[in-house]
Design a protein around this ligand. Structure first.
Ligand SMILES: Nc1ncnc2c1ncn2[C@@H]1O[C@H](COP(=O)(O)OP(=O)(O)O)[C@@H](O)[C@H]1O
Ligand SMILES: O=C(CO)[C@@H](O)[C@H](O)COP(=O)(O)O
Length: 493
């Protein structure tokens, strides 16, 4: 048996797989998010640990865990956990969807003009290095006491094994990695005021990184000393979970963020379009992805704002039908945007409201707006890479067939649904654990799940979306300066 953990933004997921890689049990423990200022997004790593204990405990109630052989960890990428000389946390973790460090992105690229060449990526506020520059500028005492910086799932690993280790797929999202060479870049670290001593040891996702501490094993009811695998950032982990590992394999993730991910033959950077070019979680492989910051987060926001459960919103909208007239358009930039705009100042926007606009219209516009933003991402990926013929859907939003139909019609290509796709990264982490402890090869572990449904583009639905897709394209350029000017007024003093 192998255990996969996914430290997601909305919760920690745990998946238990059997000897042949089949899912035996799964459990989730929810997490909250703190937005103390506009653009800020933080979580308390202590909450991650509590949720991890809760998820594993819930798993243990479903299945005997005494035969566990190895643990793999996936998690939300880019977040910065700052630790002092005693590995104590110095402040809350600054997350992937935090936009406060946009000025530091410019400063970082000015300090190291080879930044895009070394990392293959544009400096964006979600990434880890600009966050550390922000701390250096705004919280100098904390920066001075920082001895170690860990990514979220690697902090979890530190708690589980006592070892500070990261792996390539997540490390690629820091802007401290020479992504082509798969090693830390002393030049990028120096541009942030750090050096190699602040970084964890690097491994591949399929390697063993350490062993489960006896005290933690006792607390979690797991066998002591079992190996913990390198694992993956949640997107590369999700790819392993659905067998998206061969060149051209692609998926779309409707998690808190929205991601279009494609596995590549080699390293294919395209920083100018804000495409992410990262290491995959398997040795000697790379991938690209486009990332929007609020996919399921947009639906979750509408549910909060209208005090209506998401399921009720979706049922109400589906009752009225997926096809709509009119020009109501939603820009899903609740936390700013990465691909293709790289604009932390952009905000969520409804355009085309009428006195007669209903709640169902708002829900439909939110689902469409996310699909349009993901379509921008597909265009960015295809501008410098091969066409993506179809995409498998993963993440919580993939549970909604209506959303997948809107996505298929918007993208003009089939969207494949598979059973259990919402646990993709946790399943991928379990698969990496299976490989790391020698129980399976990559080819045996990273298989594609059976297709449960294939959503072909519906021509009538596609036709009804055309004018709003066009309006969506025009709205961001029309609003860019307004976003920038008003953001300046909103900054905390
Ligand atoms: N049936 C559903 N239809 C649409 N969206 C859903 C459904 N179930 C869950 N979600 C959305 O999925 C989100 C969680 O997705 P998940 O992939 O677990 O995110 P993360 O990895 O960021 O924590 C929830 O916040 C919710 O908005
Ligand atoms: O920032 C990115 C990828 O670059 C996000 O995809 C995070 O990795 C968070 O993922 P979810 O919580 O949405 O799965």
């Amino acid at each position: 048996m192998h255990l996969g953990l996914d430290l997601g933004t909305s919760g920690v997921k745990a998946v238990l797989t059997g000897a042949a890689g089949e899912v035996l049990a799964q459990a989730t423990a929810p997490l909250g998010l703190s937005n103390p200022h506009p653009l800020w997004s933080e979580q308390d790593p202590g909450d991650w640990w509590d949720a991890t204990i809760a998820a594993i405990t819930a798993l243990g109630r479903q299945h005997d865990l005494s035969g566990l052989r190895c643990i793999g960890i996936a998690g939300q990428m880019h977040g910065a956990v700052l630790l002092d000389a005693g590995d104590q946390m110095l402040r809350p973790a600054i997350l992937w969807n935090d936009g406060r460090s946009h000025a530091e992105c410019r400063a970082l690229e000015a300090a190291e003009p080879r930044s895009r060449a070394i990392t293959g990526n544009l400096a964006m506020p979600g990434f880890t290095a600009p966050k550390l520059l922000w701390v250096r500028h705004h919280e100098p005492d904390i920066f001075a006491r920082t001895r170690r910086v860990l990514l979220p799932k690697d902090w979890l690993r530190l708690r589980l094994t006592g070892e500070a280790v990261s792996e390539m797929s997540d490390a690629a999202g820091t802007l401290w990695l020479d992504v082509a060479a798969r090693r830390w870049s002393p030049a990028m670290l120096a541009a942030t005021g750090l050096d190699l001593s602040h970084m964890p040891r690097l491994v591949e996702g399929t390697e063993v990184t350490g062993r489960l501490r006896a005290d933690v094993a006792a607390q979690l009811g797991l066998p002591a000393g079992i190996p913990v695998a390198g694992g993956a950032g949640d997107n590369a982990g999700g790819a392993a979970g659905i067998g998206c590992v061969a060149p051209g394999d692609a998926f779309v993730s409707l998690g808190t963020s929205g991601v279009v991910f494609v596995s590549d033959k080699g390293f294919l950077p395209d920083p100018e379009r804000a495409v992410h070019a990262f290491c995959h979680c398997l040795p000697d492989t790379w991938h690209r992805m486009s990332v929007i910051l609020s996919a399921a987060a947009s639906l979750a926001w509408l549910a909060r704002a209208t005090a209506t459960p998401e399921a009720a919103l979706l049922a109400e909208m589906e009752g009225e039908g997926l096809r709509a007239e009119g020009r109501l358009v939603f820009l899903p930039y609740l936390s700013g945007e990465r691909t293709p705009h790289n604009d932390a100042a952009a905000t969520g926007t409804f355009f085309g409201l009428h006195g007669s606009t209903s709640r169902a219209d708002l829900t439909r516009a939110v689902l469409e707006g996310v699909a349009f933003a993901l379509a921008d991402g597909v265009e960015a990926l295809e501008a410098a890479g091969p066409r993506i013929p179809s995409l498998t859907a993963i993440g919580g939003g993939a549970r909604s067939a209506a959303w997948l139909r809107i996505l298929a019609a918007t993208l003009g290509r089939p969207i494949l649904a598979t059973a259990g796709a919402e646990v993709g990264p946790a399943l991928g982490a379990a698969r990496l654990a299976r490989i790391a402890c020698g129980d399976a090869t990559v080819a045996e572990a990273c298989v594609k799940p059976p297709v449960a449904a294939c959503h072909e583009p519906d021509p009538a639905l596609a036709a009804s979306l055309l004018s709003r897709r066009e309006a969506h394209r025009r709205l961001y350029p029309a609003l860019r300066d307004v976003f920038a000017d008003t953001a300046r007024m909103e900054q905390p003093t």
